[in-house]
Design a protein around this ligand. Structure first.
Ligand code: SAH
Ligand code: SF4
Length: 408
């Protein structure tokens, strides 16, 4: 049986913070140069800043500490200064659920930004044979309105900051024991191949390419070899197809790419994934062909949700094979995960298998993503729906903020 651990006894929703009561700025989620600059601004001597930044980086991302007092090789005076001016605390974990199949889900609460309200997001951990995948969110809600996606029915509340994106990984590592205990000697760091979180997918809430800068910053820190050390080949960014940002994701982040395809004609994709009206299939496929570093060992994943009677015919499978011609690709068939009020049903199992077999016979790996953590409603891409229903968060539409600077 699944079980839920309530880690905090807090009211469902805090009131907005009164103006002028901002928390101390965080040091989590800053790039190394930003970290060094921030230290200088706080009074650390310029000639020491790089060395101090490296030490702090090690404590934050190798040792996983969340308290300045644990930074043993940093002088008492500097620790006091850091403590006074900054924070490295984790977000509140409101609840942790553990499914009977080992899938875990955390509900995290982040403090308000400015005069806004606290926000809550969910992060899901999926253990599999030989690997463990963490599914993280990039936004609270989404501006896009894919017709089969529960997040698409929710307004965008706000972009997550790089700290908040990265904190999802830090919390998972804390809870899964991927960081050494504060007391263990430095030699006892969990080696990368023994860690529970080996893979990261940006497949939670939100469209990561509409929060490009924060996502980039967080993923580059997650991939940093002197820190969290996740290989870029084990980080996958999933997009509904924000074409102008796809080349930038390739050159500036260098992670693996997943495309939420779901339809093989513009006519149907306009309905399922409406951003297709702006960036139609021909443009999307060209951006995929041009994605830097593609090879048979480094393929693009195409996600395809199986919707009964909508996109699951053999003609669709043929169209898919034709569309992907020449692109090193694998296809992820996702059984549709229904939600209350959705207008779709999941395809029959035989239909999904027939579809998968056709695509397989034509040379594309096409695993069917088995539903995980159903007992805790943990499907990636459908995060938060249950807690949403329970909590009815009073949302503020801050769409303008998200789009600012991205010319969308
Ligand atoms: N916004 C990004 C990433 C988050 S969604 C994107 O669209 O790619 C992660 C994946 O889950 C996407 O492929 C999305 O289309 C899919 N998804 C969303 N709702 C779903 C549902 N109800 N059942 C199955 N898959 C769903
Ligand atoms: Fe947003 Fe992705 Fe859901 Fe579409 S599928 S509404 S882009 S989260």
């Amino acid at each position: 049986m699944s079980h839920t651990i309530d880690l905090l006894n807090i009211a469902p929703q805090d009131a907005p913070r009164p103006a002028g009561n901002e928390p101390r700025p965080t040091l989590i989620g800053l790039s190394r140069p930003e970290l060094a600059r921030t230290l200088v601004e706080a009074g650390v001597a310029e000639r020491q800043a790089r060395m101090r930044a490296s030490q702090i980086w090690h404590w934050l991302y190798v040792r996983g500490v969340s308290d300045f007092a644990a930074m043993a090789n940093i002088s008492r005076d500097l620790r006091a200064l850091l403590e006074e001016k900054f924070t490295i605390a984790r977000p509140q974990i409101v609840a942790e659920q553990i499914s009977e199949d080992g899938t875990r889900k955390w509900l995290m609460r982040f403090p308000p930004r400015g005069a806004g309200r606290p926000v809550e997001i969910e992060t899901v951990y999926i253990p599999e044979e030989g690997r463990g995948t963490l599914c993280i969110s990039s936004q609270v809600g989404c501006t896009l309105t894919c017709s089969f996606c529960h997040t698409g029915t929710q307004k965008l509340v706000r972009n997550l900051t790089s700290e908040e994106i990265l904190s999802q990984l830090l919390v998972a590592r804390d809870r899964l024991g991927d960081f050494p205990d504060a007391e263990t000697p430095a030699g006892a760091i969990v080696p990368s191949d023994g860690r529970k979180v080996s893979n990261l997918v940006m497949m939670g809430m939100g469209e990561p390419l509409y929060n490009f800068d924060a996502v980039k910053e967080a993923l580059l820190i997650a991939a940093d070899g002197d820190g969290l050390s996740l290989s870029k080949r084990r980080i996958t960014l999933s997009t509904s197809g924000v074409v102008p940002f796809i080349p930038r994701a390739g050159t500036e982040i260098g992670s693996m790419l997943a495309i939420s395809l779901h339809a093989v004609t513009d006519e149907l994709r306009d309905v399922l994934v409406p951003i297709n009206k702006k960036y139609p299939l021909a443009e999307l496929m060209q951006a995929c062909r041009d994605y830097p570093g593609l090879s048979n060992a480094r393929r693009i994943t195409f996600e395809y949700v199986m919707l009964k009677g909508v996109n699951d015919s053999l003609a669709d499978a043929k169209g898919l094979v034709r569309l992907l011609k020449g692109i090193p690709a694998k296809i992820n068939l996702i059984p549709f995960n229904p939600w209350p009020g959705s207008n779709y049903e999941c395809s029959d199992w035989e239909t999904i298998e027939r579809f998968a077999d056709f695509v397989n016979d034509n040379g594309y790996a096409s695993p069917i993503r088995t539903p995980r953590g159903r007992d805790i409603l943990a499907a990636c891409g459908q995060l938060k729906s249950e807690s949403e229903r329970m909590r009815k968060v009073d949302r503020m539409a801050l769409e303008a903020m998200m789009i600012a600077g991205h010319g969308e």
